[in-house]
Design a protein around this ligand. Structure first.
Ligand code: HEM
Ligand code: HEM
Length: 185
């Protein structure tokens, strides 16, 4: 139930996967929406909320990687080709990379812009770089480009999962959700 096994993900891995996915979808659309808001107090509050939930993503992905270190992912299904396995492996690696890079760049972007970053108004992150307008502009561009890359890769990843489930009718999606595996690998 808790630990990953050779043919399915355990509960913590599933909760972290779907929790982080929900946060990332929410933050992506929130980012685009809040960027267009008129400059006022409400916009500031939305920026603070976006930043706090973004820092939460860093913490949850770190927890996820730590959990994964002691809980290897289930084995690839016997029905998948070596090419599909390599593609899935690299897609997952890039997803982890972007899940960390997008919020870390967000933190550095805010700090170089002279805006402190806190976790829901509680703990304030140390500012390691100081204010730097040029760096701030570059990081802002980077935050936007990387978040679009992340969502693009997520769409490909979700399409692959649905293709496994609906067309190949195998257990790839089932073992990351609630159902019991239909067939073992
Ligand atoms: C996985 C987490 C995150 C995602 C998917 C995400 C996504 C986005 C997106 C799509 C935008 C709109 C970009 C634009 O139109 O310019 C945005 C804006 C922004 N994000 Fe994030 N973000 C994340 C985490 C963070 C974090 C951790 C911070 C800072 C602590 C942050 C700070 C900001 C700020 C300040 C803006 C507004 C930039 C502007 O108005 O020019 N984000 N984010
Ligand atoms: C922001 C959204 C998402 C992100 C960042 C993400 C990221 C990831 C990562 C990194 C893994 C590898 C887990 C590991 O082995 O440690 C994974 C696995 C998986 N994801 Fe997602 N995911 C997202 C959304 C989705 C969606 C929407 C679906 C389904 C429609 C999905 C279906 C799956 C499945 C089925 C697996 C298991 C693959 C396997 O067993 O080889 N994911 N996801």
């Amino acid at each position: 139930m808790l630990r990953n096994t050779a043919d399915r993900y355990g509960v913590p891995a599933k909760l972290l996967h779907w929790g982080v996915a929900l946060l990332i979808f929410g933050l992506f659309f929130m980012g685009i929406w809040m960027h267009e808001l008129p400059r006022n107090e409400f916009k500031g509050a939305m920026y603070d909320l976006h930043k706090s939930f973004g820092v939460l993503v860093i913490l949850l992905v770190a927890a996820r990687l730590a959990w994964r270190a002691g809980n290897p992912a289930p084995q690839a299904l016997a029905t998948t080709s070596p090419g599909q396995r390599a593609l899935a492996l690299w897609a997952h690696r890039f997803l982890y990379l972007l899940m960390i890079a997008v919020p870390v760049v967000g933190v550095l972007m805010s700090q170089t812009g002279g805006h402190p970053v806190s976790l829901f108004g509680g703990f304030t992150l140390p500012n390691l770089m100081g204010k730097n307008e040029l760096l701030h502009e570059g990081l802002e561009e980077m935050h936007e480009v990387l978040s679009f890359m992340l969502i693009g890769l997520v769409i490909f990843h979700a399409a692959a999962a649905l293709w496994h489930h609906l067309v190949l009718k195998d257990d790839v999606l089932r073992r990351m959700t609630m159902g019991r595996p239909r067939r073992s690998a």
